[in-house]
Design a protein around this ligand. Structure first.
Ligand code: HEC
Length: 118
């Protein structure tokens, strides 16, 4: 065997392992909000599904935190904008027991900054 055989095998194994890992990553659930910088963020396309996934479990009408804030459509969000901003973007106390990715946080911030598009 040539003295190059072992390095070559090592490199091939490494590539195999790396490609197996990247395949696994592709199988992971996509973030709720795929967003490019500068994209217009609308309630219907971005905020509604995001809040539905991350907040409705506790805040939908009748659920355990609906007295603190009842998540029930566009005006339930715009009408409580300051409290939601405070809880999600400033104090980051919400979502309890969950997380928001950097992209999701940016989308929420953009939505407020862009004037809460419907
Ligand atoms: C696991 C349950 C749970 C989840 C998930 C959750 N919350 Fe809450 N939320 C609570 C509870 C309980 C309270 C009341 C106690 C408190 O304020 O800490 C609350 C309070 C609030 C309030 C009122 C704060 C105030 O000013 O009185 C807002 C606004 C809020 N949540 C927004 C959100 C948003 C937005 C999300 C999703 C990103 C979210 N919450 C996810 C349980 C939850």
């Amino acid at each position: 065997m040539s003295k190059f055989t072992y390095p070559v095998i090592t490199i091939m194994m490494t590539l195999l392992i790396l490609s197996a890992c990247s395949k696994n990553q592709a199988d992971e659930p996509k973030p709720v909000v795929p967003e490019k910088p500068g994209t217009k963020v609308s309630y219907a396309e971005v905020l509604q599904p995001l809040l539905q996934a991350k907040c409705a479990g506790c805040h939908a009408p009748g659920n355990r935190a609906s007295t603190a804030w009842s998540f029930n459509g566009y005006t339930s969000v715009t009408g409580n904008a300051d409290r939601i901003k405070q809880a999600v973007l400033v104090s980051k106390t919400m979502p309890i027991g969950g997380t928001l990715s950097a992209t999701e946080l940016q989308s929420i911030k953009d939505w407020f900054d862009q004037g809460m598009l419907q």
